[in-house]
Ligand binder design. Structure first.
Ligand SMILES: [Zn+2]
Ligand SMILES: [Zn+2]
Length: 207
């Protein structure tokens, strides 16, 4: 069953395009108001990001101030062409969503980067997984991916912003017992914990 009270993908004001109202404190307060049980801050990170220590300190401060929500400090990082992810090595132990944020324009390169990312021990989740417009995966390829995800203990995120993965992918993942959780991918306060855009996908998994 998908836990509607846990949001594993939330951005805050450390990223380059979120509003300043999205402070770690305000997001936490809002999440308490709407009775979430679990909240993962997963700010966009790059190897060159310099704000990380301040970000982690701020999350620590909120956690130690005694909130009733379980707060996870994490990141979302881009899957790179070589099949690694764009995060500085010293932060690899944190909760990590790996997502495609750039186009590969080539199915085989895309697939091989994805497989290599799935095999990285420090990646926890594959975010908003979907093919590019120019290609689709076969059922066999999705079956193979499911196997690889399971062997490596990875979770597939069901993402409310992009409404992904698509139903046909979810069906194959579900039939292969792939693990799922929910991520709002909130870039504003009202999106935190809001999964109303993916009610059909949630019902499909929970049925
Ligand atoms: Zn993303
Ligand atoms: Zn995101």
């Amino acid at each position: 069953m998908l836990d509607l009270k846990s949001d594993y993908h939330v951005h805050c004001n450390y990223n380059d395009h979120s509003p300043t109202e999205l402070s770690i404190e305000k997001v936490t307060k809002y999440a308490e108001e709407i009775n979430l049980n679990k909240l993962a801050f997963t700010e966009h990170v790059r190897k060159t990001s310099e704000w990380i220590p301040k970000y982690l300190e701020e999350i620590d401060r909120i956690v130690s101030s005694g909130t009733k929500i379980t707060i996870i400090s994490g990141f979302e990082a881009k899957i790179l062409k070589n099949g690694t992810v764009d995060i500085p090595h010293e932060y690899e132990g944190h909760f990590l969503i790996a997502s495609f944020h750039t186009k590969f324009y080539n199915k085989q390169n895309w697939l091989s980067a994805l497989k290599s990312t799935i095999s990285l021990p420090y990646v926890n989740v594959i975010g908003h997984l979907a093919p590019e417009e120019s290609f689709e995966l076969t059922d066999n390829e999705l079956g193979e991916l499911s196997k690889l995800l399971n062997e490596n203990g990875k979770t597939v995120e069901i993402n409310a912003k992009y409404r992904r993965p698509a139903m046909n992918w979810l069906r194959i993942f579900r039939d292969n017992n792939v693990k799922f959780h929910l991520g709002s991918d909130a870039h504003s306060l009202v999106e935190v914990g809001n999964f109303s855009s993916i009610t059909n996908l949630i019902e499909f998994i929970n049925s």
